[in-house]
Design a protein around this ligand. Sequence first.
Ligand code: ADP
Ligand code: MG
Length: 728
Amino acid sequence: MATLRFNAIKKTLDRKPVEINEVERRSELFGKNVFSKSAMRQYLTSDSYKSVINAIDKGDKIERQLADHISTGMKEWAISKGATHYTHWFQPLTGSTAEKHDAFFETVDENSAIEKFSGQQLVQQEPDASSLPHGGIRNTFEARGYTAWDPTSPAFIWGTTLCIPTIFIAYTAEALDYKTPLLKSISVLDKAATDVVRYFDKKVNKVTATLGWEQEYFLIDSALAASRPDLMISGRTLLGHSPAKGQQLHDHYFGSIPSRALNYMRDLEHECLLLGIPAKTRHNEVAPNQFELAPIFEEVNLAVDHNSLLMHVMEKVAERHNFVVLFHEKPFKGINGSGKHNNWSLATDTGSNLLSPGKTPTKNLSFLTFFVNTIKAVYENEEILRATIASASNDHRLGAGEAPPAIISVFIGSQLTQVLDELEKVTDGKLSPQEKTDLKLNVVGKIPEILLDNTDRNRTSPFAFTGNKFELRAVGSTANCADPMTVLNSIVAKQLIEFKQEVDGLISSKKMKKDDAIFNVLRDYIKKSSKIRFEGDGYGKAWEEEAKGRGLSNYRNTPEALQSKISQKAIDLFSDLSIMNETEIKARFDIEIEDYSKHIQIEGRLIGDIARNHVIPTVIKYQNVLIKNVKGLKEIYGKDFKDQAKEQMNIIEAISKHIAHINKNIDQMIDARKKANHTEDPVKRAHLYCDEVKPYFEDIRYHCDKLELLVDDELWPLTKYRELLFTK
Ligand code: ADP
Ligand code: MG
């Protein structure tokens, strides 16, 4: 009997929801473990407080001496909350977070010690991080890397450790993390957007990009997950026949949340709130055991940190509830995958959302300016945006018969399509006073404050306007949002800079009025970018054909898609804006292409091992049972035994055939892997893994899954789909 599987099922069935204690109100919990503005006011001198606030708001440098005061205040606050250690907390290019804890502790002499945390320790550290990915940057120059405090993301306490968000850079200042380019893109975008918004509102001095992510995930009982080596190691099932019932009855989405999962969520939200992550929404997703958590949106740098932190916290809290969290984009074949929608917008320091229509024609012209510029930016750089969401695991979602597709397009809804159609008709050159009045009254002025049309919105578009924000839906559930957000900020910044130049050019050379110039440039942009707009159903052959005709890219796998990351266009984009230089861009590409090959390599080894060590021995055992049965029948029935033993003999033969196919495919896959491994060029290697190794997975799986249906359930060692998905 398949002991591990049945023990796991029994354990799962015996579990009770883990009791949790919700005593405090959520509003009171919020930010309790964050060194927030109010904590700073309490623990810092007014000079230190001011210098941190100026660093946050204006990017001012913090003086050494004040840094000592700040670190002391931060330490006192942290110790009052029970912290014993501190760490610089950063996001290296592994995709997860990194930390190294040091105690607030220093000896004075052999008998006494004090708690110490200096300004230097707060501001900069030199972790030995030679094992973190660097894409060759630190090999060529220096092995050292630095972490440096990012005051725009507040320090927080997790467990008994004070965590200080930092950037991570090489000795030679190249970025080795996700945060550094993100912060640069934020400030470039701020400048570009502020310059443009001041056409409409002189009171604005700062524009902030905002992000509200929606994190999808699966929860699987830890005992069940432990019985599946594929899940434990690769985060997805490489084998498993689909269950009789999947998600076809749509009875899970928004359904009542199972009680064990609900208690997990309550516990998780408690931790989130303490850490200042404004968790707001929880619900069941489309697939069984699939859920979503969404917070209130925040400034993009903070939101990115919060998402990285959340993923870590989710795993920790899951341990208490005997769950394993699956972040993989496609843990189960034939079952809905997971994504991480990135809702993005622009907010001014005067409290206005630049992507939200308003009450006045001026506000709406401002709205249209940012709206059209964003669409144009996406049109001009669709392949760079596509590259940023490419990964081995997201390949199972994008373009693999599941929304969103691998083609980037923009959905805006019928109301705004109408508005853009009207604007396209604007006169070339100076506008007559009548035309202008008409535009303001009947086109710009008629945009409803709330865009009802979008409530009934298209669900398959990878980049959709949803009333007051754009929603990039193609980001994978395992991804760090920093990379797509850096790209989005950068392309929109570049676009806004060009827009400003064009409008100013028309004003000065053609002596146009400001509004005339804006209408002219917008008309031009709407025309130029119309190919990226698509209101239809975002996947399927028809759209692929149409998109091809429109000249839109359609990269179906990561090695192909990643290439756009190192195109001259991408290098120019990031280096012109001083967000990343060529070395940094290429280093990131090298890491990602290598990461792709490693992923497929690991999955290839796993599926080979599981098929050979779990599946084949099991089916041979069952085949022996059948053989014994056939022999027995022969003993009883003599030469007529075949009438009685026909079905058993068919199964015996079928098993042998499947075993032969599996073995042949594994051998061939191993040869293909060897060929890939012996290929020096990492790009060629990734393509070999994609085109030559990966296709074997499906063949091997097909025969294993057929065997799962043939063999005695009692013997099958791998927990089945129905058990993984429906045991609550
Ligand atoms: P869904 O896409 O699931 O229907 P919503 O339309 O309610 O959900 O979107 C919710 C997400 O949008 C939340 O994560 C929220 O924080 C985010 N969001 C709302 N307004 C903004 C904004 N101005 N900027 C960025 N994100 C926003
Ligand atoms: Mg969404």
